[in-house]
Design a protein around this ligand. Sequence first.
Ligand SMILES: CC(C)(COP(=O)(O)OP(=O)(O)OC[C@H]1O[C@@H](n2cnc3c(N)ncnc32)[C@H](O)[C@@H]1OP(=O)(O)O)[C@@H](O)C(=O)NCCC(=O)NCCS
Length: 235
Amino acid sequence: MSLTAAAENNNVASNPLVPVAARLGKKISCRLAQGPYAVMCRYGLRRDLTQPQAVPKPRIPIEIRQLAEADLEVLLSHESVDSAKERTEMTWRRDFYSRFPDGCFVAVDQRTGVPCYMQWLLGPADNAALARLRCFPALGEDEALLEQAYTHPDYRGRYIMPAAMAMIADRAVDIGARYVLTFVEESNVPSLKGCQRAGFRPHMLHRRAQYAFGSIVCNRFVSFAADDPRRTMHF
Ligand SMILES: CC(C)(COP(=O)(O)OP(=O)(O)OC[C@H]1O[C@@H](n2cnc3c(N)ncnc32)[C@H](O)[C@@H]1OP(=O)(O)O)[C@@H](O)C(=O)NCCC(=O)NCCS
């Protein structure tokens, strides 16, 4: 560590106001970025684990295991990508990890042992932490949630998502679930396709409206009627 960096570190460590001010500044800029009004619509897709579902074949051999902290440096390293959008996706997942340090699975490239995909499997025990995010319904006792699917850009387009997601969804029986939910923005066609190939069917629409820089949030989760054509649509 350079002397300047060490001195800066000492300043931060010895001045309790610095971290507080930094946190406050971050909070304010996050609020401002949310704007005065915004609406988001997502499909809630669902898989019934009692219905047989074959695991789609990916283009490379993969296996599933729980995330180890060292995987974050491989999957979410800002240096490994050159687009700002991709770095934002990575930052969201690092934030998600700080909220949910358990429950994340990775798919590993069996040829090299490199993790290439990540996704969280959460259950009703996570309801309190999910409620703080203000964009999920409370999970029932027989429900699980798959969230934050992410394939590293070096591995995209090899059908890793549908295969890994199908395998991770199967693990939901271990936390007592029959139904596995996942939410995807209407415009995210690659993800909607991946979910569908993993055996997930459109089940509900989530409309989230937020006002006054995110200080007021209204969520509406509306399940599709049994004969709603959206249940059988293909993305
Ligand atoms: C969505 C995502 C997980 C899909 O992962 P994946 O393992 O590449 O999924 P697939 O291989 O099944 O590809 C899905 C579709 O995206 C296309 N695709 C997307 N990005 C691609 C890329 N960089 N290279 C090639 N194909 C790509 C594929 O061709 C495929 O469409 P097709 O079946 O019509 O050919 C991945 O694009 C991603 O991590 N995106 C950013 C984060 C995100 O949106 N997560 C989902 C949140 S709900």
